[in-house]
Design a protein around this ligand. Structure first.
Ligand SMILES: [Zn+2]
Ligand SMILES: [Zn+2]
Length: 283
């Protein structure tokens, strides 16, 4: 693992178009300051209901235009790419709904798991009280049912929608620090995860190692947890590094730690995206 010449990349990044802080250009500049090889923008896709943090449909074209302009403006310094973190919600929206935009790449993520009694779409990752509310209202407090439902949505997305990157594969553990809701070492949980990984291994999708939860102090392990990363290695699943950036100062947040972890676990390569498409580079 040589520290020089490694091509640092991050394709998971939000700006003020969705729930990030500040203009896209500030992120591009920060990525250049950090001597990154490539940087990708992935604001949250619009959804057909009110959400506090998805991009608005009316801003979509402006977002695309802004990133394309940055791509040109900074082409001598960095490779900039246009992506989107697209919400997969069964029978409502998914990757295919945005195929006409010809994005450079797609990140598929599951943030909504139904609708609360008030009619609000349930973004289970919107805080622990909200997580508990949905768990009780939609799954009668049965955490196994909730977790199973979550991984079923992951499976549906992998099989039917083929995103380039699968966002934070085990985000359902977001508020599970100290095994608050369930025990990640239990067999029922591992079986669900391993079932999803079998499908991912047969697909073309890449699993991101996402540093956001650790950066925010929510967990000691990244998304996904170490046992899942180990299984990715066993199944030869492709991985990439993601900072899930929401502030220009965080374009590289904890990515060196991801590199160290993958290297310690025996990974030989990570996937990056450039004009050649997705391809592996040595760690
Ligand atoms: Zn996300
Ligand atoms: Zn994100």
């Amino acid at each position: 693992m040589s520290t020089n010449n490694f091509k640092w990349t991050n394709y998971h990044s939000h700006t003020q178009y969705s729930d990030g802080k500040g203009a896209a250009e500030l992120y591009a500049k920060s990525a250049i300051d950090n001597q990154m090889y490539a940087y990708g923008f992935s604001c949250h896709s619009p959804v057909p209901f009110n959400s506090g943090w998805n991009m608005k449909y009316e801003n979509l074209l402006e977002y695309i235009d802004t990133i394309k302009q940055l791509k040109k403006k900074y082409s001598a310094q960095i490779k900039i790419f246009l992506g989107m973190e697209i919400d997969y919600i069964k029978n409502i929206t998914g990757i295919k709904n945005f195929a006409h935009l010809n994005l450079d790449y797609t990140i598929g993520g599951i943030h909504f798991l139904g609708f609360l009694e008030t009619g609000r779409a349930w973004d289970y990752d919107g805080g622990k009280p909200l997580y508990e509310k949905g768990l009780n209202e939609l799954f009668q407090g049965d955490i196994k049912r909730l977790v199973k439902y979550y991984y079923q949505q992951v499976n549906d997305m992998v099989v039917n929608e083929q995103p380039d990157i699968i966002a934070h594969l085990d985000l359902i553990k977001k508020y599970n620090k100290g095994n608050y809701f369930f025990d990640e070492t239990e067999k029922w949980y591992r079986n669900l995860v391993f079932e999803s990984l079998e499908l991912i291994a047969k697909s073309n999708s890449i699993v991101e190692i996402n540093t956001r939860g650790v950066l925010k102090g929510l967990d000691q392990e990244f998304y996904p947890s170490n046992f899942i990363i180990d299984q990715c290695k066993k199944l030869n699943i492709k991985v990439c590094m993601s900072a899930d950036t929401h502030h220009p100062k965080d374009v590289m947040a904890l990515l060196p730690d991801v590199r160290t972890l993958l290297s310690e676990k025996g990974f030989k390569e990570v996937f990056i995206f450039d004009e050649q498409g997705w391809h592996p580079i040595q760690i």
